[in-house]
Design a protein around this ligand. Structure first.
Ligand code: PLP
Length: 224
């Protein structure tokens, strides 16, 4: 019941806060959960989930495959080590966390081996904190040409994480800057191909929606 109520609340917040609610997708972050918890979500017929550890995702995929639950959309949102791409590459529908050229190249290579074109987002360190993962903007510009040459990845948008801070104006500015970066990249390099903005978590998803998020990634609010 709890899970269902939270999902309903978030879906109605999408209508309330997003300027284009029809473009927004809720991805339920299940990294804190065991498979039995996830089953409750699937029983409600909500099947878009995200994990942040490749090995764990692989085990969960196998668990549900064994139970013949096959129409789950798996997203990957964590720091992805190159030697673990193989665990997720065949099932993942979107990798949110591409933060270097070498990682993109390796995903491209592993995708090619299985004849797949993998959808990815570039994770951007928009607030430029030393501690955060994500592409620094200057590095992104340096790598863009090479990124665009990779044939087995399809870059469909950008992702960022705002820091945990009280200052809502600063959070809003970070999301707003990601949107501006997407628009600029679309104009100069991607010819409008970047559609997605993955931004907003439990603490800040309403602000993210107002600033044009198309994918919100929510864990704690759903599985308290
Ligand atoms: C854990 C996590 C989330 C979900 O965060 P909540 O605060 O639980 O909603 C979203 N995105 C990423 C990248 C995460 O690691």
């Amino acid at each position: 019941m709890q899970i269902e109520d939270s999902i309903k609340e978030i879906l109605s917040d999408i209508e309330k806060y997003s300027p284009q609610p029809e473009k927004v997708k809720l991805v339920v972050v299940t990294k804190y959960n065991v498979c039995e918890d996830m089953q409750k979500l699937f029983d409600l017929n909500y099947k878009i989930v995200a994990e942040n550890k490749a090995q764990v995702m692989k085990e969960k995929v196998a668990y549900f495959k064994d139970r013949n639950i096959n129409d789950i959309e798996w997203h990957f949102i964590g720091n992805l080590q190159k030697n673990k791409i193989k665990y997720i590459i065949d099932t993942v529908s979107l990798i949110h966390s591409v933060n270097s050229l070498s990682l993109a190249e390796e995903i491209d290579k592993k995708s090619k081996e299985i004849n797949k074109i993998t959808n990815v987002l570039l994770e951007i360190n928009i607030s430029n904190e030393e501690s955060k993962h994500g592409y620094r903007i200057e590095d992104l510009y340096r790598d863009l040409k090479s990124l665009l040459e990779l044939k087995n990845i399809n870059i469909v948008g950008l992702m960022t994480m705002a820091p945990y801070i009280e200052d809502e104006d600063l959070v809003r500015e970070i999301f707003c800057n990601l949107r501006k970066l997407k628009d600029e990249l679309n104009e100069k390099f991607f010819d409008g191909k970047l559609k997605e903005l993955s931004m907003g978590m439990t603490n800040d998803y309403k602000i993210a929606l107002e600033e044009g998020s198309t994918i919100i990634r929510i864990g704690r609010k759903i599985f308290k």
